[in-house]
Design a protein around this ligand. Structure first.
Ligand code: 13P
Length: 339
């Protein structure tokens, strides 16, 4: 393991004014997104759409791109590998390596992330294809009587097995324990569950001898469930999220890059900005968004060649807004200016 190199890459992923583009949706998830804009989910359409993002000037605010297995092997229309286009933009290619979730036996309503078997060999291959970092997502739902300790523990254990394998292959692990915002719980219940998941994760990372300097954390923000009657202000989300993170995440971690999780585009930006306005934090606090970066360009594109410039501009706008938020320099007026 080359810890200096892992630390360099981890720091690069959260470089000032930049964050990660999660473009690692499985073909099934892309189909759901394309259905909304009336685009057929073919391999060529997936390629054309992602190629337009990777060739957008928005990449100036993107430190790394998380790819799906298909995409890391794919070539652009002119035959250039997509990985080369990403590298030419000064951005690091990464790869999603988990294989999705399965029901967790004896834990109704809970899931475990799979994909550990053969992972060492797959990581070595991905490194050969250009991956400098990887992602593994654990999913924790909030409901009546859940999450259970069994779910928190099993998912933390899988995450650290993945993280240790990544570091032994000189790939930076992004560790993602996502507490979902689907329920009707309030913000304090989300804070409690997020703390539970992060405490378990950092305990197990220590036992597995993972070097925190060579990792990035990708958590959810602390927010009320989408169906909660009690929604929260931007300031409350920022304050409660930072409070939980300070309680759980050691300062040796170079950076925290949030998932967007179903928040609106502007909420995801405003809340990130508010956290960075709180004052000096022990780690860089940035973004690793899929939906909050891609919803606008997908809508603008709608599968039409003539819409490519508008889609690239929509992506560049969201990337710039989130880049500013990662510095605590975003302002709501900047959204209107682009509208
Ligand atoms: P969202 O930003 O859409 O939550 O996706 C981030 C991600 O990579 C989920 O694993």
């Amino acid at each position: 393991m080359n810890l200096a190199e892992l630390n360099r890459v981890a720091n690069a992923l959260v470089a000032p004014g930049k964050g990660v583009l999660a473009a690692d949706e499985s073909a099934g998830t892309v189909k759901k997104r394309f259905d909304v804009i009336g685009v057929e989910c073919t391999e060529d359409n997936r390629r054309d759409y992602r190629e337009l993002l990777f060739r957008s000037k928005g990449m100036a605010n993107i430190s790394g791109v998380i790819l799906f297995d298909e995409t890391i092997r794919q070539k652009a229309k002119d035959g250039t590998p997509l990985v080369k286009i990403i590298e030419a933009a000064g951005t690091l290619p990464g790869i999603k390596v988990d294989k999705g979730v399965k029901p967790l036996p004896f834990c109704p309503g809970e899931v475990i992330t799979e994909g550990l078997d053969g992972l060492g060999e797959r990581l070595a291959e991905y490194r050969g294809l250009g991956a400098k970092f990887a992602k593994w997502r654990a999913v924790i739902d909030i409901g009546a009587g859940i999450p259970s300790y069994a779910c928190i523990n099993a998912n933390a254990h899988a995450l650290v097995r993945y993280a240790a394998l990544c570091q032994s292959e000189d790939i930076v692990p992004i560790v993602e324990p996502e507490v979902l915002m689907d329920g009707d719980h309030d913000i304090d219940r989300c804070a409690e569950v997020t703390e539970f998941a992060l405490k378990a994760l950092y305990e197990q990372l220590y036992y597995a001898r993972v070097k925190l300097e060579g990792t990035v954390l990708k958590p959810n923000m602390v927010v009320p469930g989408k169906k909660s009657a009690k929604q929260a202000s931007v300031a409350e989300v920022a304050e409660k999220t930072i409070r939980v993170l300070k309680e759980c995440v050691p300062a040796a971690v170079p950076g925290i890059a949030f998932l967007s999780g179903g928040q609106s585009d502007v909420d995801a930006t405003a809340r990130l900005d508010a956290m960075n306005k709180i004052g000096p934090l022990p780690w860089k606090v940035s973004f690793s968004y899929s939906r909050a970066l891609q919803a606008a360009p997908q809508k603008a594109w709608s599968g039409r060649l003539e819409n490519v410039p508008a889609a690239q501009a929509a992506f560049a706008h969201r990337a710039r807004m989130n880049g500013l938020a990662s510095l605590g320099q975003w302002k709501p007026e900047l959204e209107q200016a682009a509208a």
